[in-house]
Design a protein around this ligand. Structure first.
Ligand code: ZN
Ligand code: ZN
Length: 380
């Protein structure tokens, strides 16, 4: 569903057509990387990767990519849809519909000769599936392929950035429209549900993850599940949420308070705000992901809360809510042009509460552009 299908979208929310996705060129880019990966072929089984390479949005399908061909198999439910989506995306692949299980594996195995070095996506293939593939691909040299498709996916094209940006704009607008509700003492659950509804109403196809609404002492749990607790005045409320537009996710956290939460809470907020600004300022092409994490983490450590920042600073966002690159102290790589990443430091104090502030950013040559634009005012 596109934003233009919503009848309730506010006038300021863009309903302009989204830039096209460049799906058709992706298979060629993957094939060009097979040699360096010392593979003759890759069996793509992770659905987000299948979607990225083919445009197929169904819930089951496998793509075999050799150096000069691609073969896609799915079951009978997706007969019409698979053809429509692959043709629509300009993908050149042989499409086989109607097979499942062993018959599907036999068909794929017939497309590779004995001695071929075939990569499996070992991070998404179960033990049982690996045994099934090893049996079907008799005589084929099966090897772990690593995250070949994920490495392509992390760098976004204009159409992808457009979709993530639209998902961010919808989340921005939904949240701002609901701020008055926070003053009416809703439960966390009621506010989370209202957020979900408002994002769907504005054209999102769903949540990119279940919204987190954590009020008062619940804010000390980074992934708190919204409860029946009433959101009171003069307390911190952490809201972390996002939605999906044409498969692409958004992710934003804001911490707010209806009325003044007091000097300790304001100090906590200011430290996290400075930490988030420091992390954002560090984001640029060729910067180590670990350096972005350090920029955010140092501010919090200097305030004495090193142990209370209990997660990494950020993550990539795209077809999955968490994808490459990781923005973490243990990350070994550097940011690339048009990576889309979050910066989301937080401080969590058990028994007291917490603050997290998060934006989704596009990595540019000299810095970054924020796609989440909700103001960062603590007090409503
Ligand atoms: Zn988030
Ligand atoms: Zn996040």
């Amino acid at each position: 569903m596109s934003a233009s299908a919503s009848t309730n979208a506010p006038a300021e929310l863009s309903t302009a057509p989204l830039a096209p996705l460049e799906v058709g060129a992706r298979l060629g880019r993957l094939q060009a990387r097979l040699t360096d990966a010392e593979l003759d072929a890759l069996l793509v089984t992770k659905l987000a990767n299948v979607r990225y390479l083919t445009g197929f949005t169904g819930s089951a399908g496998v793509l075999l990519v050799t150096r000069d061909r691609a073969r896609f198999v799915t079951d009978g439910r997706y007969n019409q849809r698979a053809h429509e989506e692959l043709d629509g995306a300009g993908v050149t692949a042989e499409v086989e519909i109607g097979l499942t299980g062993a018959a599907q594996r036999e068909l794929l195995a017939a497309a590779v000769s004995p001695g071929t070095r075939l990569g499996l996506e070992e991070h998404s293939v179960t033990w049982a599936q690996q045994i099934d593939y090893a049996t079907a691909f008799d005589g084929v040299d099966i090897a772990p392929a690593g995250e070949l498709v994920e490495a392509l996916r992390r760098v976004k094209d204009a159409g992808e950035i457009d979709r993530i940006g639209r998902a961010c704009a919808i989340a921005d607008d939904a949240f701002q429209s609901l701020l008055p509700m926070l003053g009416e003492r809703p439960t966390e659950q009621a506010f989370a549900l209202a957020l979900e509804f408002a994002m769907r109403e504005r054209g999102a196809s769903g949540n990119s993850f279940d919204p987190i609404v954590a009020s008062g002492p619940n804010g000390s749990k980074p992934h708190h599940v919204p409860s029946a607790r009433v959101i009171e005045r003069n307390e911190l409320v952490v809201c972390d949420f996002g939605c999906i537009v044409e498969g692409y996710c958004s992710d934003m956290t804001r911490t707010v308070s209806v009325g003044d939460p007091g000097p300790d809470a304001r100090h906590l907020y200011d430290v996290v705000l400075q930490s988030q600004a420091a992390g954002r300022a560090a984001v640029a092409v060729d910067v180590a992901c670990a350096a972005v994490d350090r920029a955010s983490r140092d501010v919090i450590a200097d305030a004495g809360w090193a142990d209370a920042f209990s997660h990494s600073t950020g993550h990539g966002v795209g077809l999955e809510i968490h994808e490459a690159p990781r923005v973490a102290s243990t990350a070994g790589d550097t940011l690339l042009l048009n990576d889309v990443v979050t910066v989301e430091p937080g401080v969590y104090l058990p028994g007291i509460g917490g603050v997290r502030i998060e934006d989704t950013l596009v990595v540019g040559a000299d810095g970054s552009e924020a796609l989440t634009l909700t103001p960062k005012d603590l007090v409503l």
